[in-house]
Write a protein that binds this ligand. Structure first.
Ligand code: ATP
Ligand code: MG
Length: 392
């Protein structure tokens, strides 16, 4: 049976009360933008019908289903979707379709799962399941299995139509990108910050990126990695902005004027100051990092406190309670791992101290910074930011 539509379901959004309309509109806009960019001409219309979003396919869409599936799978907010065939809402027609489905798909057991979008629809779902099920048993001798059927023939009764399908495709769930406001992601090209970014994007945040590099003291490998990671995330958010910041002038000052054991924490405090200033300038409400409690010396709870003390903006650390292995697994799932493990030269690894402080206090750091013109260094970094708009 050739699919004529794709039925899309979006769990959590449905519960959002007054915001629901806005959520649905955002999700629909994101679906349209993704489909227009990757599979142009694939749909006639996309509309919300009683808690579902229904895509009507064009001829092109019917032939480019794989492309459409890929786009929908990566549109955050969709819990699952199913290519389906629209039919008249008549029992005889649906029975015939179900017979064909169960007969053509492999397997010995089946079930019929009828649902209706509202109680005014005259057909009884219970009766449909029983009577169509009985017809299948009689005609093909297959067995009914309600828990783990080989073929699950879904019949969704929506308004005055019926949609028939056998396969659901899972989406990631989450919320539509853009619903959660603008956020600035501090992205390093390592394993953690891309995963942190993905988590927040899945929760609807609209992401712009900030990457610090130490060129010419290091190569530009990390910059290239960040570009490649952003390209992967364009599946979820088509357009973004990347800011590249020079850390080297700050590092030169810190190396010359401060005790080496505070180097990393000082670099980090500068990174956070610059990130916050940029976030404010760009209308973002928070900064994301890939920190995870205790993973390295700069990520003890004491050092997080000392580093965060220079900002007043929310710092989002979606990985703070995750183990490294969990983060690695997730990065493989989302497709960033292979890029993240490519060799680069981390800007903070440049002149690394032998014994970094693990429990530095705010007072110690303030004292160390007395030797620096903090404001001028931050201003200098902001002035030399390199901005790149990235679109599909
Ligand atoms: P990651 O795997 O994300 O590189 P990490 O385990 O190397 O993290 P750190 O080097 O302590 O840990 O960095 C902690 C966080 O600080 C990173 O997750 C990232 O959000 C931010 N960060 C580190 N280096 C950079 C950088 N060069 N540019 C922007 N943000 C950075
Ligand atoms: Mg790193």
């Amino acid at each position: 049976m050739v699919p004529t539509h794709i039925l899309c379901h979006y769990g959590e959004i449905g519960t959002k009360g007054k915001n629901r309309r806005q959520f649905e509109r955002k999700l629909k806009d994101n679906m349209k933008a993704g489909l227009k960019a990757a599979c142009p001409g694939s749909y006639v219309e996309i509309r919300t019908v009683r808690g579902r979003i229904v895509i009507e396919l064009t001829e092109i869409g019917r032939e480019s289903l794989d492309c459409m599936k890929e786009v929908l799978r990566n549109t955050f907010g969709l819990v699952y979707f199913a290519p389906a065939t629209r039919m008249e809402q008549k029992k005889e027609i649906l029975e015939e379709a179900a017979l064909e489905f169960v007969n053509t798909l492999p397997g010995e057991s089946f079930r019929i799962t009828t649902r209706r979008s509202d109680p005014n629809i005259p057909l009884s779902t219970q009766k449909m399941n029983e009577e169509i099920g009985a017809a299948v048993v009689e005609k093909f001798g297959k067995t009914v299995d309600l828990t783990q059927p080989d073929v699950n023939c879904h019949i969704d009764l929506v308004e005055d139509s019926a949609f028939v399908y056998a396969h659901r495709i899972d989406g990631f769930g989450g919320l539509p990108v853009g619903m959660g406001g603008k956020v600035l992601s501090m992205i390093s090209g390592g394993i953690d910050s891309p995963v942190a970014t993905w988590q927040m994007m899945k929760r609807g945040a609209f992401i712009n990126y900030l990457h610090f590099h130490s060129v010419p003291y290091t190569s530009d490998a990390s910059i290239k990695k960040v570009h490649d990671i952003i390209r992967i995330f364009q599946k979820h958010q088509l357009r973004t902005t990347l800011f590249l910041a020079e850390l080297a002038p700050i590092q030169e000052e810190v190396i010359e004027k401060c005790h080496e054991k505070y180097r990393i924490i000082l670099y980090r405090r500068f990174m956070f100051r610059i990130a916050e200033a940029l976030a404010k300038r760009e209308g973002a409400h928070a900064v994301i990092t890939g920190e995870s409690l205790g993973q390295v010396a700069s990520q003890t709870i004491e050092n997080m406190e000392t580093i965060e003390a220079v900002t007043s903006m929310p710092i989002l650390r979606p990985l703070v309670g995750m183990d490294k292995q969990e983060i690695v697994n997730r990065s493989k799932e989302i497709g960033t791992y292979d890029i993240s493990i490519l060799p680069d030269e981390d800007c903070c690894a440049y002149f690394l101290p032998k014994q970094p402080a693990t429990k530095a206090t705010v007072e110690q750091l303030q004292k160390a910074e007395e030797n620096l013109d903090v404001e001028a260094l931050v201003e200098g970094a902001l002035d030399s930011l390199h901005k790149k708009v990235i679109e599909s």
